[in-house]
Design a protein around this ligand. Structure first.
Ligand code: NAP
Length: 254
C-alpha cells in the first residue's frame, strides 16, 4: 500500500482530533504544524513540526519537499493569514486542500448579542454597554482595547496577553474548556456587566455565552474573517475525513 502524507495545520482541538484519527490509519502519515505561539502546547498524536513556514512560498516549498498528498487547514477561524497562505500554497503546488472550521455560535432566545465586524469596532461600542468587561479574545489582539480607559477589563487568555493593554485590567491565565457554573461564578465574583468575544464557535468556550444569557448581560461578538475565496470548507472532523478519503482515493486511482 502506498503511504500518503497529510499535513494538518493545527493549533485547535479539531486539529488534534483529526491528527489522532489519521494517526490510527494504516497507510497514512500525518504531520501537524503548530505556529509555536504557546509555550506548552497540547501536542497532537503523530509527527509535529513547530514554527512558521515563511509565508505562502515557504509553505509551498515544504509541501513539495515533504511530498504532501493533502493539506487540511484546521487552524482557528480567526487565523486568517495562515489560511490565505495555505490556499495560495495549494494553488501553487496542486496539493489538494480543505479548511476544517467549526461553525460559528448561534444566538438563542434571551441572548443580548451585538455582532461587530472586528475588535476595533467592539472597542468603540464597549463603553456604551458596560463598565466592567470580560475580555475573552485570546492573547494577541488585546491591544485593540488599549485606548478604552473608562472600562475595567478582566482579560482571560492561555498565556500573558501581548501589550499594549488597557489601563485598568486584571489578567486571568486559564485554558478551557470552561463550564457554566465556573463562568457564572467568575462573572459574579468580578462584577462583570459586559462580555467581549470572537465568534470562535465550538463547545469548549461557549459556556461564557450561556452564563451571559443567564445573567442578562450584553455580549459583543466579533465576526470571523471570511475564508479565502473559493476555498472548500468542512465543518467537522468527520466531513474532513470524508473529503480526504474521496481526494486520496481519486488521486490513487488517477
Ligand atoms: P495567523 O495570523 O493566521 O498567522 C500568522 C503567521 O503565523 C503565519 O503567516 C505563519 O507564519 C504562522 N502560523 C500560523 N499558524 C501556523 C501553523 N499552524 N503552523 C505553522 N505556522 C503557522 O495565525 P494566528 O492567528 O497568530 O494563530 C496562530 C496559531 O494559533 C494558529 O495555529 C491557530 O490555529 C492558533 N490559534 C489562533 C487563535 C486566534 O484567535 N487567532 C485562537 C486559538 C488558536 P509563516 O508565514 O512564517 O508561515
Amino acid at each position: 500500500m502506498t503511504t500518503r502524507h497529510v499535513l494538518v495545520l493545527g493549533g485547535t482541538g479539531e486539529g488534534r482530533e483529526l491528527a489522532g484519527r489519521l494517526s490510527e490509519r494504516a497507510g497514512v502519515v500525518v504531520t501537524s504544524s503548530l505556529a509555536g505561539r504557546v509555550r506548552e502546547p497540547l501536542l497532537p498524536p503523530g509527527r509535529v513540526r513547530i514554527g512558521g513556514f515563511g509565508g505562502a512560498e515557504g509553505l509551498a516549498h515544504w509541501l513539495r519537499e515533504h511530498r504532501v498528498d493533502a493539506l487540511i487547514d484546521a487552524t482557528h477561524p480567526f487565523a486568517s493569514v495562515i489560511s490565505d497562505n495555505a490556499a495560495a500554497a495549494s494553488r501553487a503546488t496542486g496539493v489538494p486542500a480543505i479548511i476544517l472550521q467549526r461553525p460559528g455560535w448561534r444566538e438563542q432566545a434571551g441572548d443580548r448579542w451585538e455582532r461587530v465586524p472586528d475588535l476595533a469596532t467592539a472597542a468603540a461600542h464597549l463603553p456604551r454597554l458596560g463598565r466592567r468587561a470580560f475580555l475573552t479574545i485570546g492573547r494577541q489582539e488585546v491591544g485593540a482595547f488599549a485606548a478604552v480607559a473608562d472600562v475595567w477589563f478582566l482579560v482571560r487568555a492561555v498565556e500573558p496577553p501581548a501589550p499594549p493593554l488597557p489601563p485598568r485590567h486584571e489578567v486571568l491565565l486559564a485554558r478551557g474548556p470552561f463550564d457554566l457554573d465556573g463562568e457564572l461564578a467568575l462573572m459574579r465574583e468580578w462584577g462583570i456587566d459586559v462580555v467581549v468575544t470572537k465568534d470562535s464557535g465550538g463547545p469548549a468556550t461557549r459556556a461564557k455565552l450561556d452564563a451571559a444569557r443567564a445573567l442578562g448581560l450584553p455580549v459583543l461578538v466579533a465576526e470571523r474573517p471570511p475564508p479565502p475565496l473559493g476555498a472548500a470548507v468542512a465543518e467537522s472532523v468527520e466531513a474532513a475525513l470524508d473529503w480526504l478519503d474521496r481526494t486520496l482515493g481519486r488521486s490513487q486511482s488517477g
